[in-house]
Design a protein around this ligand. Structure first.
Ligand code: NAP
Length: 329
């Protein structure tokens, strides 16, 4: 796939199951405490007008109903058809037991008021105690884990694809060993088409990218702008990505912002980006990455910015038996 050929109108890349994924999507996670109601809905509608066709959401983001409403409104007003839109939903960690998987996906579909999602992914390779609480805690405030059987969960996902509830299946925050568990599962029916992981110039993921490339797994890069730097879940030891001098100077050359340069870097090497913005100007600008390209030297220079430091470390779950970030870079 030559990503230099992608355009604002035509920017999807193939998945191994025959479906396609737009190489840029709008991330839709905003802090539910501080984001006014209706924001996600307005932003998704604007994004569709701007040209975005891919939306990255989750039941756990508490705004999936707004994202679904926006998509349906833009279908009703004739701007797009359902088949033009790519929606990725996520199976949360309290729904890993096979008997809960379909119920969780059906809950997402009911929330969205859509008949299917385009991609359904296991959000984290770590199961938590099933129940109504998304973050089950013991009396000391510690997360209650649950026995994790990724292959059993995967088989339940396969049944959801067979039932037409999702077009494609993928994972998120999986390391190479966890991907291999699925890929080497006996009787595997549907391969994971994507792995959504942190990916940007300060965390370029060379090894995981190579493994995914060899196995026809598209990498979807989350936090492609270096996150919101919300101290409650972001590792602030990693400096702000968008202030990096190299990004600033390359941006000056092309009359682009550091954010646009960071996004272009990833799409030019085949990594899907899902920048989140709930600001109309930034939503619009972040999509303007198809009218310039980086030279090979600039790509190399940006690869050299890798610091191997994650913004999203998930250290609060680092004693979970399937904590994914001990052994991969
Ligand atoms: P991000 O997209 O790297 O950064 C978002 C932050 O950058 C927001 O504070 C946003 O603020 C700001 N921003 C957006 N455009 C900008 C620009 N042009 N210039 C300067 N600042 C800009 O981080 P993220 O939200 O962590 O990741 C994106 C999406 O990935 C999420 O929304 C979610 O869908 C997904 N995600 C998935 C996982 C997972 O475990 N699978 C984990 C994290 C994230 P404004 O809104 O004010 O513009």
């Amino acid at each position: 796939m030559n990503c230099l050929m992608l355009t604002a109108k035509n920017h999807s890349i193939p998945l191994s199951d025959g479906n396609r994924i737009p190489i840029i999507g709008l991330g839709t996670y905003g802090d539910p405490q501080t984001t006014p109601k209706g924001t996600a809905r307005e932003c998704v509608k604007l994004a569709i007008d701007v040209g975005y066709r891919h939306f990255d959401g989750a039941l756990m983001y508490y705004n999936e109903h707004e994202v679904g409403q926006a998509i349906r409104e833009k279908i009703t007003d004739g701007t797009v058809r359902r088949e033009d839109i790519f929606y990725c939903g996520k199976l949360w960690s309290t729904f890993h037991p096979p008997e809960l998987v379909r119920l969780a996906l059906e809950r997402t579909l009911k929330t969205l008021q859509l008949d299917y999602v385009d991609l359904y992914i296991i959000e984290l390779p770590m199961a938590f105690k099933p129940g109504d609480e998304f973050f089950p805690k013991d009396k000391n405030g510690k997360c209650i884990y649950h026995e994790t059987d990724l292959c059993a969960t995967w088989e339940a996902l396969e049944a959801c694809k067979d039932a037409g509830l999702t077009k494609s299946l993928g994972v998120s925050n999986f390391n190479q060993r966890q991907l291999e568990l699925i890929l080497n599962k006996s009787g595997l029916k549907h391969r994971p088409v994507s792995n959504q992981v942190e990916c940007h110039p300060y965390f370029t993921q060379p090894k995981l990218l190579e493994f995914c490339r060899q196995n026809d797994i598209v990498v979807v890069g989350y936090s492609p702008l270096g996150t919101s730097r919300d101290a409650s879940w972001v590792n602030l030891k990693c400096p702000p990505l968008l202030e990096d001098e190299v990004l600033v100077s390359i941006g000056k050359k092309y009359n682009k912002s550091p954010a646009q340069v960071a996004l272009r870097f990833n799409i030019q090497r085949g990594v899907v980006v899902i920048p989140k913005s709930f600001n109309p100007q930034r939503i619009t600008k972040n999509f303007q990455i198809f009218d310039f390209s980086l030279t090979d030297d600039e790509m190399k220079l940006m690869e050299g910015l890798n610091k191997n430091i994650r913004f999203v470390e998930l250290l609060m779950w680092s004693d979970h038996p399937e904590y994914p970030f001990h052994d991969d870079y």
